[in-house]
Write a new protein. Sequence first.
Length: 150
Amino acid sequence: MIVQDRVLTAWLATAKQGETMVYARATALPAKSLVAQRVRALAETGHVVLSQERRAHGPGDENFRYIVTRTAVQLPGPDGSLKVIGVRPLSACKPQDKRTGACASVARDIAPHVRSILAEGGRRSAETIARELGLYSARPVRIVMERLAA
């Protein structure tokens, strides 16, 4: 029995230093096993330590448990980098405000509602109207109000 590559990948992503996993139970590992090749490559770079235990007794053909132990060496990222270069700051605007097409679509959809609220004598505040319509942002209401004023 040899674990699948996706199981090994998931374990590597979450394993802390010193954690172990049995990645195979067999008499001998096949030379062309992709998982075994990957584990050996990780051991050569110092990311894991390999060991094996002989089975004491019991039924079955497997005589060894092949064990991988995680070390403190950080795994490389998908692009091969080991460090976080920078973190983007949070922007002041909402994520949906950056999508001009979505905002324009919302503005088209709410235009009749804004027009009726203003005709009924409601407050002329974009924030108040947005809250009344249940919108996350007041920007589409401002766009509608600017179009109505023009």
